[in-house]
Design a protein around this ligand. Structure first.
Ligand SMILES: Cc1cc2nc3c(=O)[nH]c(=O)nc-3n(C[C@H](O)[C@H](O)[C@H](O)COP(=O)(O)O)c2cc1C
Length: 187
């Protein structure tokens, strides 16, 4: 009887270990992928953090040298800083710290809000600061309602090294890990 119980117990442990390893594989740490994001008011930060949790990756935040105030972001004011930046496609706002080593990453998930249906110019600063040869870029964004298409066209034009740039997708900031993962696995 003791032997049967022991066998049963051992089998139970083996099955639990298999389940645990399946679950951890589902969200396995993906050290060749990095989630890079810029967020002015927190929505894209939420998306980036869900994406990183779903993919088991680290994140790198693009922080502007000069933070955006609420006035800077008041798009109802034609002359606010964000609107002025978006009107000038050659403008490149400075990033506080560009000290990120992208060499070991094959895939970069690039997350940003849409400003006037395009990527904020600071995203252009980022993509022009590195050579992305051989990498895959997965653009994702948050927005009030605009879709990601125009920003992806811009990124394809500006990015250095001719990486593969996926079509990307607009997400709600509160998307679940599972929803993000199943989209990511489908592209
Ligand atoms: C200057 C500015 C311009 C914007 N333009 C658009 C737009 O063209 N279309 C849209 O759907 N949302 C637009 N939005 C809304 C943002 O894309 C949306 O609130 C986004 O989730 C903000 O992300 P964040 O919190 O990470 O900064 C704009 C917001 C700002 C500040």
């Amino acid at each position: 009887m003791k032997r049967v119980m022991l066998k049963l117990f051992t089998s139970l442990i083996a099955v639990s270990m298999m389940i645990c390893s399946f679950v951890s594989e589902t969200y396995a740490a993906s050290k060749d992928t990095l989630v890079v994001y810029f967020s002015a008011t927190g929505n894209t930060r939420a998306l980036a953090s869900t994406a990183a949790a779903a993919l088991g990756t680290d994140t790198f935040e693009i922080i502007p040298s000069k933070p955006y105030s609420a006035d800077d972001l008041n798009y109802r004011d034609d002359n606010c800083r964000a609107n002025a930046e978006q009107r000038d496609s050659a403008l490149r706002p400075k990033i506080k710290d560009l000290n990120v080593d992208l060499k070991s990453y094959r895939t970069i998930v690039l997350a940003y809000p849409l400003w006037w249906a395009e990527e904020p110019r600071i995203i252009d600063t980022f993509i022009e600061s590195f050579d992305f040869s051989g990498k895959t870029i997965v653009p994702v964004c948050t927005s009030g309602s605009s879709d990601i298409q125009k920003s992806v066209e811009n990124i394809r034009t500006l990015i250095k090294g001719k990486p593969t740039v996926k079509d990307g997708k607009r997400f709600m900031p509160n998307i679940s890990k599972d929803e993000f993962k199943s989209w990511y696995d489908s592209i």
